[in-house]
Design a protein around this ligand. Structure first.
Ligand SMILES: [Zn+2]
Length: 489
């Protein structure tokens, strides 16, 4: 194929590579509105599979879906002091409707705490009405100055969970539970390993008591915050008079949580798994898992091979070895296109498996199966094709996670590095650095100004170093906690 069709390599320019992969694999396109994006069917198909699985997980943990308006009265945003400070600068505000100046401007939701808790206040009277466990699938708008497809766009799609509880501990348990759900999904489906932990006060959600996050390492060794879960305490309950009568008859404010993940995860998928040939989609999220490419020289061969391909599709539709989740297969029957050009296109799009089918293969009752992740190629018998495909797909899913985990660990530093070495690392190849922190905001700010690295989280126990540093990376005073440092998207 022509050189001009080759992608920029990751090593040459990771950022250019990312944009090319997103555009050329037709995940998304730039929109006429600056900072917004159009999600194309290839990208939306991945998002739909993410949504479906997450929605099942939310419902299995007791949540119900509801929908709240896109517009929020501007005064609502001002009711919680930290919240307005955090979100007002990036708010889109509607001042006119129906050709008239509105009495009160309306904010296009940047997040829905304010409008949702104003409604919860109406619905909750007694402790018997709690817990209230709601999720919303929606779009939100944040007026971003610097945007990148999927990673940071003015409008994006997400889900936001909002819950109300009778006690602090119950809200804390909920915030942690949903962080765990996110981690399970990201590792189990996106094959993207994450570090979970608590955000520092400087990095927490505007209006939260505590914020927890999932942090993944991209292939340029930067961190991507892939999901957050907040214990909101009683801040919003007080602002919106969300109170209830307790079992003993007293009136108390409820305890809230909120948690969200967005189309940003699609960007995370690309930057975790993509290679210099394009996308690599984990099978569980691939709208098409297997593409069959027929190979032929004559019309006669073509009809024979296509007939066999369609027979395979038919047999897979009936094969129930994977329960109700049938293998998603597509036959690329396009005419006037060489097999090589088709291979190139499906590789760019990251379809996990390709089955090449030619007359000679058919004579031997076999096809040639090619893995997108490793490009390993082997003959497969058509008699046991369902079992073989299903097993290979689950192997790919597992090995993609293992490869991403290996790469993350290879670029993680836990050996008590000096501040000079840390600066050097952040200027160069980057990575995840586990280091001591004295807890002072001043050290956090100075490091950020010096190196652009931030504390991604204070890692949960299972991620902490066995031999954690005892002094602060910056000031050398005793460390109160181990922090995970990285440059981030
Ligand atoms: Zn310090």
């Amino acid at each position: 194929m022509a050189d001009d069709k080759k992608l920029t390599t990751r090593a040459a320019d990771f950022s250019a590579w990312y944009n090319e992969v997103v555009l050329r694999s037709e995940l998304a396109d730039y929109s006429p509105v600056r900072g917004c994006m159009v999600i194309r069917p290839n990208g939306y198909g991945i998002w739909e599979r993410m949504q479906r699985r997450l929605d099942d997980m939310f419902k299995a943990t007791g949540h119900q879906n509801a929908y709240f308006p896109l517009f929020i009265p501007e005064s609502f945003l001002h009711k919680e002091a930290e919240h307005v400070e955090g979100f007002a600068p990036e708010a889109a505000v509607v001042t006119h409707g129906g050709g008239k100046l509105l009495e009160e401007p309306l904010v296009v939701r940047p997040t829905s705490e304010t409008i949702i808790y104003s409604m919860f206040a109406k619905w909750v009277q007694s402790y018997r009405d709690l817990p209230l466990l709601i999720n919303q699938w929606a779009n939100v708008v944040r007026w971003e100055m610097r945007t990148r497809l999927f990673l940071r766009t003015t409008e994006f799609l997400w889900q936001e969970g909002h819950t109300a509880h009778t006690t602090h501990d119950e809200a804390e348990e909920e915030a942690r539970r949903m962080l765990g759900v996110y981690r399970d999904f990201m590792e189990g489906h996106i094959a993207m390993p994450v570090i979970t932990g608590q955000k520092t006060d400087a990095e927490k959600f505007a209006g939260a008591l505590r914020t927890y996050s999932c942090e993944a390492m991209m292939q340029d060794n930067r961190a991507l915050q892939a999901g957050t879960s907040h214990n909101l305490g009683q801040n919003f309950a007080k602002a919106f008079e969300l109170s209830f009568q307790s079992e003993s008859g007293s009136t108390e404010f409820a305890w809230n949580t909120s948690w969200g993940v967005s189309t940003r995860m699609v960007g995370g998928l690309v930057m975790t798994h993509g290679d210099d040939l394009g996308l690599r989609v984990p099978p569980l999220l691939a709208p098409i898992e297997v593409v069959i490419v027929p190979i032929y020289r004559s019309d006669e061969e073509r009809s024979k091979v296509l007939e066999a391909a369609n027979a395979i599709v038919g047999s897979l539709a009936e094969w129930a070895g994977r329960g109700t989740e049938r293998i998603r297969v597509h036959v690329d029957a396009r005419e006037g296109m060489k097999p090589g050009a088709k291979y190139y296109e499906w590789e760019l799009r990251g379809i996990p498996l390709r089955l090449e089918l030619g007359p000679r293969d058919l004579a031997a009752n076999q096809g040639v199966l090619v893995r997108r992740d490793t490009r390993e190629k082997r003959p497969v018998s058509l008699s046991t094709i369902g079992e073989d495909l299903a097993e290979t797909l689950s192997t790919i899913q597992r090995e993609m996670l293992a490869a991403a985990l290996d790469r993350r660990e290879a670029h993680s530093v836990r050996d008590h590095i000096t501040y000079d070495r840390f600066r050097e690392l952040m200027e160069g190849e980057g990575g995840f650095v586990y280091a001591g922190w004295c807890g002072a905001g001043a050290c956090e700010t100075e490091i950020k100004n010096d190196t652009k690295a931030t504390i991604r989280c204070l890692p949960d126990e299972e991620f902490r170093s066995a031999d954690a540093p005892t002094t602060c990376l910056k000031c050398g005073r005793p460390s109160t906690v181990e922090a995970l440092w990285a440059k981030a998207y």
